[in-house]
Design a protein around this ligand. Structure first.
Ligand code: ZN
Length: 340
């Protein structure tokens, strides 16, 4: 009961990449970079286990960014000529690569780190991939001319990689879809269908992470405009409840998301965000247990997984480590309080 997991990313050590950035530069190249990525992955496996987490991830140490890490292995994308694009409905600008030809995988994307993760922990392992709608919102289209067609093209590639990750021994494959919280009508209309295409044929657990973004200032400013009730999930959760996706990850602590919206996810495992990624203040175990208690009004005990609100990538490493411990200690406290 109350298993613990992170949403996905963790800070990269200073010897691997620039710290405190969403698109950090690597500190090495070639063989040295490959070695550094593997070392950082091993480090975070150990630190997650030491913190007491149940589900272990690779902390996304091998990818520069959660979307572009996947795109780097896709043929038909021009990475040499990036263009500036407003993303998440123009919330912020990013330099993005361009789709210029039909899309095809060049080969495996995440085999190295998934196999490394499988070989070095006995715990359940979760692996994250960007969702089709979020990819479409983080790349410039010079070829398809149609967001839905391009999303389904990406969904096919994601599916190939997801099936291979399952064969590598991954227990849970999670697709990250922050764009669902921005284009809610499209998400309910075709976003969830594209997601199901990406998850087609998987027999391992499948998950989707929907958040209000990393703790960067553009996102913090955006949240201030959303009023005192954030009801974005209300439009998307019914479509997800009717889908074949097993688990849904959402923001909870320090958000204005009404807790009752979790009731829309009947039949799903709910990864409740009990750790804030937009603040360096470390939660106490009591706060974490209190948040779990609030969610329990709307989520059955056996379906609640305690999670972070989003990835921890841009944080300081020490803060992230402390937050992992708070997550595990808070879930343990909740087991005592609500376990009977
Ligand atoms: Zn997130």
């Amino acid at each position: 009961m109350f298993h613990t997991a992170i949403a996905g990313s963790l800070p990269k050590p200073a010897w691997l990449a620039e710290t405190g950035k969403l698109w950090p530069k690597w500190q090495a190249e070639g063989e040295a970079l490959a070695r550094a990525k593997a070392d950082a992955t091993l480090l975070w496996i150990k630190l997650q286990e030491d913190a007491g987490l149940d589900v272990i991830g690779d902390g996304e140490q091998s990818r520069q960014h959660f979307v572009h890490g996947f795109l780097e292995q896709v043929e038909g994308i021009d990475f040499l000529h990036k263009v500036e694009m407003g993303i998440r409905n123009d919330r912020y600008k990013a330099m993005v690569p361009q789709v210029v030809a039909p899309l095809r995988l060049k080969g495996r994307v995440h085999a190295t780190e998934a196999r490394l993760l499988r070989a070095h922990t006995q715990h359940q392992i979760k692996f994250t991939l960007p969702g089709p709608m979020t990819i479409v919102d983080t790349v410039a289209d010079r070829h398809y001319g149609d967001r839905v067609a391009m999303a389904f093209a990406f969904a096919e590639l994601l599916n190939q990689e997801a099936l291979a990750l399952q064969a590598d021994g991954v227990d849970i494959i999670q697709f990250d879809e922050p764009a669902f919280n921005v284009y809610m009508a499209d998400a309910a209309d075709w976003g969830v269908k594209a997601l199901e295409r990406a998850a087609q044929g998987l027999s391992c657990k499948t998950a989707v992470h929907i958040c209000y973004g990393y703790g960067i200032s553009a996102n913090i400013d955006w949240k201030k405009t959303l009023g005192d009730q954030w009801r974005q999930y209300e439009q998307v959760f019914p479509a997800l409840a009717a889908s074949r996706i097993d688990q849904v990850s959402l923001e909870c602590i320090h958000s204005q998301v009404p807790a009752e919206l979790m009731a829309l996810l009947a039949g799903k495992d709910v990864m409740v965000g009990v750790i804030d990624v937009a603040s360096d203040e470390v939660e106490t175990p009591e706060e974490v247990a209190d948040t779990i208690g609030r969610a329990l009004q709307f989520v059955p005990r056996q379906r609640l997984i305690a999670c972070t609100n989003c990835g921890l990538a841009p944080m300081q490493r020490g803060v992230a480590e402390a937050k992992l411990r708070a997550l595990a200690e808070g879930a343990a406290l909740a087991r005592q309080r609500f376990g009977a």
